[in-house]
Design a protein around this ligand. Structure first.
Ligand code: AMP
Ligand code: MG
Length: 429
């Protein structure tokens, strides 16, 4: 038997980020960038107005107040989407704001030459006498405006030539938005790994079958596929193999395009644990048993050139083994640098036994009381009790060296869902 850490290390040594592929922008959500992004243009690309109002020279509004507004002559308008302002009246006036002039301007429009600030409509007589300033050719400004007010400068978000993202960046919605505004419709990212999922067992039947005596439905493939999906991989269900070597071989024919094969069941000491026979006969396998609870029987190796992680059949053991071994492997294939779950320290509210010198992953509920973190094991810890994972929100880790963990002892707690972590840290319970 080897330790959890050694098993992890040996498994992870066999995985590297998948070869990057140029990918449509929207398909890159959640994926890891494999190229540096250098801005080809500035954002915003031109200096423009942040408000609907009037482009002015700030110095013309000096001392302006409601009783003594600054009166400016409106010489034209600047709608968004045009390179330069349009005349209202006298086309002989040069197209730039000189002292005493204003140009009606809309949000996002290019700031006209000569202007250095924008007065919001709300700070003019616009609202008292709508549209009259336009016909009168005059606007009254009721406030002193500072230089640069309501102006968005070219490159204030991103400067042309600067490094926007380094390789390794995980792309979220806002990252995609920046790439879009820079004109990238495709990006180079590590693709999503394809993960084949095979269930095994003579007693295991598809989930939409009626149960005959002695049969159970295949819940493992559903849970594993959901976990693969949540981790960022593409699950591919390849069915249920009977406890016969040929049947395992037959099903694994459909996994040739997989980056990793996950099987469940058939690796323990039972008479019919044929995945094990199959792997011994046709694969290169090195890991057989791990000091983990729930779990222990597990295998890792290769069939042809595809890595295979043979998980235990018991539903909770399969999930725990997935989280410890398959999850970091999938994250590494995705090019992610951080392979770890969120870890915190918390005190046990109940004692936990841990015979057999295995690292015990206890399904538990993490909560906060008077600012302190506490963790309560869920009542049923059997490796077949899938509902324990629904009632818990974390795994409390009891080290292999401890034969028991008394009430109040501090343990490491692993959280696999950032939203659960956020909720715990936001709320007292
Ligand atoms: P095994 O490792 O094959 O001995 O299976 C251990 C336990 O897990 C047995 O009770 C199996 O019936 C159960 N089991 C195996 N595969 C599945 C599956 N795909 N879905 C639900 N339970 C399973
Ligand atoms: Mg079985």
């Amino acid at each position: 038997m080897i330790s959890v850490d050694e098993a992890r290390e040996r498994i992870l040594a066999c995985f590297a980020p998948l070869t990057p592929r140029r990918t449509p922008l929207l398909d890159a959500l959640g994926l890891v960038l494999a190229e540096p992004i250098i801005a080809r243009e500035s954002i915003p690309p031109f200096t423009n107005s942040a408000m609907d109002g009037y482009a002015v020279r700030a110095s013309d509004t000096r001392g302006a107040c409601p009783d003594r507004p600054a009166e400016l002559r409106v010489i034209g308008e600047a709608p968004a989407g045009t390179p330069s302002p349009r005349w209202f009246i006298d086309e002989a006036i040069p197209l730039r704001i000189e002292s005493g002039m204003a140009i009606r301007i809309m949000t996002g429009a290019v700031l006209p030459p000569g202007a250095d600030a924008v007065v919001r409509f709300e700070d003019t007589d616009e609202s008292d006498t709508p549209s009259t300033s336009r016909s009168r050719g005059v606007v009254r400004v009721r406030r002193e405006i500072t230089t640069g007010e309501n102006v968005r400068h070219a490159g204030e978000d991103i400067l042309a030539g600067s490094i926007v993202f380094e390789p390794g960046t995980v792309l979220g919605p806002a990252h995609l938005g920046l790439l879009a505004s820079l004109g990238y419709s495709w990006v180079l990212v590590h693709p999503r790994p394809r993960i084949a999922i095979l269930a095994t067992g003579d007693e295991v039947v598809p989930i939409d079958w009626p149960l005959e005596p002695g049969q159970i439905r295949n819940s493992n493939s559903t849970v594993l596929a959901a976990l693969v999906h949540q981790t960022g991989g593409i699950p591919k269900l390849v069915g249920i193999a009977a406890d016969r070597e040929e049947d395992v071989a037959r099903h694994l024919q459909y996994t040739h395009d997989a980056d990793l094969i996950l099987t469940s069941g058939g690796v323990s000491q039972g008479d019919y644990d044929r995945i094990k026979e199959f792997l011994r006969a046709r694969g290169r396998f090195e890991i057989w048993q791990v000091r983990i609870k729930p779990g222990k029987p597990m295998a890792f190796g290769f069939v042809a050139d595809t890595p295979v992680l043979a998980l235990p059949g018991n539903p909770v053991a399969a999930v725990v083994a997935f989280l410890q071994f398959a999850r970091p492997a999938i994250l590494r294939l995705l090019g992610r640098a951080d392979l770890e779950p969120i870890r915190v320290r918390a005190r046990l509210t109940k004692p936990v036994e841990n015979r057999g010198r295995r690292r015990h992953f206890v399904r538990a509920l993490l909560h906060r009381r008077s600012g302190e973190l506490w963790v309560t094991p869920v009542p049923q810890q059997g490796s077949g009790i899938l509902s324990s994972l629904v009632h818990g929100n974390c795994l409390a880790v009891i080290p292999e060296e401890w034969s028991e963990a008394p009430v109040g002892s501090e343990v490491t707690v692993e959280l696999y869902d950032p939203s659960i972590a956020a909720a715990i840290f936001a709320a007292e319970s």
